[in-house]
Design a protein around this ligand. Structure first.
Ligand SMILES: [Zn+2]
Length: 94
């Protein structure tokens, strides 16, 4: 995921958010932290989302997928695919 630009979080107006798409709503990790909490029943999905908290802090995309799942109880194959891809990219960074 390439960062296009950075924009100030619209909620706290303090932290900068890495924007990866122009459609992305600029919210920072701190403001989304609570939305990332929730019970995941599906063991496959639980495993998918079981990545270091740092990755969620780093990637607004990973946050959006997890929050989407917690809200709607499903994710598309494309979302899963890109989620895994992003996690791989983040792992390589270390
Ligand atoms: Zn914020």
């Amino acid at each position: 995921m390439k960062v296009l630009y950075k924009q100030r979080c619209v909620r706290c107006r303090k932290n900068m958010v890495k924007m990866i798409s122009r459609k992305q709503f600029p919210l920072c990790y701190d403001c989304q932290k609570d939305e990332l909490k929730g019970r995941i029943k599906d063991p496959k999905i639980r495993k998918l989302f079981d990545v270091p908290e740092e990755f969620y802090r780093e990637s607004p995309f990973l946050r959006s997928v997890k929050i989407y799942y917690l809200k709607f109880g499903r994710v598309s194959e494309k979302q899963v695919e890109y989620f895994k891809k992003t996690v791989e990219e983040l792992k390589k960074k270390d």
